[in-house]
Design a protein. Structure first.
Length: 634
């Protein structure tokens, strides 16, 4: 238990230390050392517990819960003050309502509750801890150089880096606490801490847009928090002793008891993961500094939402409520993928891609068969690594070229060759073989075929996957396009950024190489323990993967072999050769420039057209689930 407590407490201590450090060099050293310690702690935890299955730990309930309750009240007062100050009265009402529910739990229902095993570790928790401890800390190190450049380029923004690093490390501590807590009341506490961190960091710039988007994120996450509190009230009403607060006991209680809290927690997960109809808060969160987008809104915080749904997937399996949650995830995947086609802003493409992939994970967890849970965990791993790499690459490119527009990234392979290669690896990791996202989607298709109503999800995944290929490939094409006027622009990138980007690029490739080992060592034992049976990579799939890896390795070497001897010819435009500066004789003898521009199909896939459709559709499904749930309670 010491290892778990350390990974929760140590980042908290570092956070308070960074709150009082203003000197840049000292702060940089503290962040780097803390990142190394947390990362090493996560690796040690993996080595220590990877083959032990579920391990439960007794932890003192009363003193810890009282401290958490006091912190929650302080947070409520802070949010009420900010809501009144900025005249965000919906946020004020939601905070008051959630606080009332929390007071009911703490002052009335917990009087006879004495849960014993409040912390736990299993293979799924280990996977999440590795994502938090390695990817999360790498993003913290990247933030050192990024935030310095950010304030240089945005002198109008008040330098609040002490608050920034404080909130980032508090967030890491909260995420560790969330995935290690076996007590739902403790999970709720850490859940709300992540909401607070997101709210403050989205509003970092303190502009009108940043403030509005921060409150939008707060309001939607508060809705999920209210549902979470409702689950706590139900569980304590059924079992006043608090035994069912322990996740393992609740999961073992069966559908009759666990289904209602599972559905309420599923709704909380949908809001936290920014699925439709709540996706707008994550898109608005892109106003935050890019490392915030990478850490909170792609790799870790939104993963808390899918984590809780995957954790309760066995309860949802084969139920109408689980099917509805799965359909919300499926439609989110399809429509968010379509909207991404219409976006030229790179961060918005990444935002909608994130929403889409989170939707696919929830679709797998909602239907909840053992094969789909196996695929969902694979998706969590691959998405966290590749998407964090892409966010950080976009942040670096934006600081070098002054734009995050995809069209402005033309010829990036010449202007910033190392960074372009890293972006290509990240993009390939999202949709090309043999990288894991494609293999995970293929596994999901195979699993959906055998599931109830599975053909609906197969169709959704097939069409959504095709849309994914479209927006990723056109972005990759811009990066690889040739620009004779391009000049190198990456010499001034800071060392910390290069180090983090190199590591994340290597991890993207490494995880692809060793994911059969990850599956057999971590994912398969977890699924087997939960379902009594597990999915496995077939021998045929492994052979196909090995062949694809071989071809992947051949490609760069073949380019090196033929690069010097190849014949270079001018590009042709309708049969007319171009000049070295990419001009050609067009119709009527007019000289024209060669330009390469993507199609975005705003009329077909624009936000206004599809976002309202998705919002209405998924909101209707939520209402249907609410009606069913109300019928069960009554």
């Amino acid at each position: 238990m010491i290892e778990l407590a350390f990974l929760i407490i140590f980042p908290t201590i570092v956070a308070f230390l960074l709150l009082f450090i203003s000197r840049g060099a000292f702060r940089d050293s503290v962040v780097k050392i803390a990142a190394l310690v947390i990362g090493a702690g996560s690796v040690y935890l993996l080595i220590r517990y990877y083959n032990q299955g579920l391990v439960l730990f007794s932890a003192p309930f009363e003193p810890a819960t009282e401290i958490m309750f006091g912190i929650e009240l302080i947070i409520a007062v802070l949010l009420l003050y900010l809501g009144i100050r900025y005249r965000k009265y919906l946020a004020v009402v939601l905070v008051l309502f959630q606080t009332a529910l929390l007071l009911l739990v703490e002052l009335v229902l917990l009087s006879d509750a004495h849960p014993e095993t409040n912390l736990f570790i299993d293979q799924f928790s280990l996977i999440m801890a590795m994502i938090i401890g390695i990817i999360g800390t790498l993003i913290c190190v990247y933030s050192l150089g990024y935030m310095e450049t950010y304030h240089t380029r945005h002198p109008e923004v008040k330098d609040r880096r002490r608050l920034y690093f404080f909130m980032v490390f508090v967030f890491l501590a909260a995420m560790f606490g969330l995935v290690f807590s076996n007590n739902l009341l403790w999970v709720f506490f850490f859940w709300e801490i992540t909401t607070l961190c997101s709210f403050i960091l989205i509003g970092y710039a303190e502009t009108h847009e940043a403030t509005n988007n921060a409150f939008l994120a707060l309001e939607m996450n508060l809705l999920g928090g209210i549902a979470f509190a409702g689950a706590l009230i139900y569980v304590l009403s059924v079992d006043p002793t608090g035994g069912l607060l322990e996740i393992e006991n609740l999961l073992a209680s069966g559908h009759a008891i666990a289904l209602i809290p599972a559905v309420l927690l599923g709704f909380a997960g949908i809001t936290k993961a920014a699925l439709m109809p709540f996706s707008s808060w994550l898109v608005g969160a892109m106003v935050a500094p890019t490392p915030v987008s990478a850490l909170l809104h792609s790799s870790t915080m939104v993963k808390a939402g899918v984590y809780i749904i995957v954790r309760f997937a066995p309860v949802l399996t084969g139920t109408p409520e689980g099917l509805i949650i799965g359909l919300i995830g499926g439609f989110t995947f399809l429509l968010a993928s379509a909207i991404a086609i219409s976006q030229s802003n790179a961060k918005k493409v990444l935002a909608y891609s994130t929403i889409a992939n989170l939707g696919l994970i929830v679709a797998c967890a909602g239907v909840g068969t053992y094969k789909l849970v196996w695929a969902a965990i694979l998706l969590i791993i691959f998405h966290a690594i590749a998407k964090s790499l892409l966010f950080l690459c976009v942040g670096t490119v934006e600081h070098r070229i002054g734009s995050r527009n995809i069209e402005d990234m033309s010829g990036l392979i010449i202007r910033m060759p190392k960074l372009a290669v890293m972006m290509i690896v990240g993009i390939a990791g999202m949709f090309l073989a043999p990288f894991g996202m494609l293999i995970s989607k293929w596994a999901a298709i195979e699993a959906f075929i055998e599931a109830q109503f599975g053909l609906i999800f197969v169709a959704i995944l097939a069409f959504g996957g095709s849309l994914t290929v479209f927006f990723w490939s056109k972005w990759m094409g811009k990066i690889l396009s040739f620009d004779p006027n391009a000049v190198g622009e990456e010499k001034s990138v800071k060392v910390e950024k290069w180090l983090v980007l190199y590591i994340l690029t290597g991890l993207t490739v490494l995880i692809c190489l060793i994911f059969p080992l990850i599956s057999s060592t971590l994912i398969e034992p977890f699924v087997l323990a939960v379902y009594g049976q597990t999915a496995r990579l077939s021998q045929d799939n492994l052979i196909i993967m090995a062949m694809m890896l071989f071809l992947l390795m051949i490609m760069p070497f073949s380019m090196l072999i033929s690069g010097n001897n190849g014949k270079k010819v001018s590009a042709y435009m309708g049969g007319r050769p171009t000049s070295p500066d990419l001009k050609f004789a067009g119709s009527m003898g007019i000289t024209r420039d060669v330009t390469l521009t993507n199609y975005y199909f705003n009329d077909m896939f624009g936000e206004k057209r599809l976002l309202m459709t998705g919002t209405a559709l998924c909101f209707g499904l939520i209402l249907l689930a609410g009606v069913i749930l109300a019928g069960m309670i009554l």
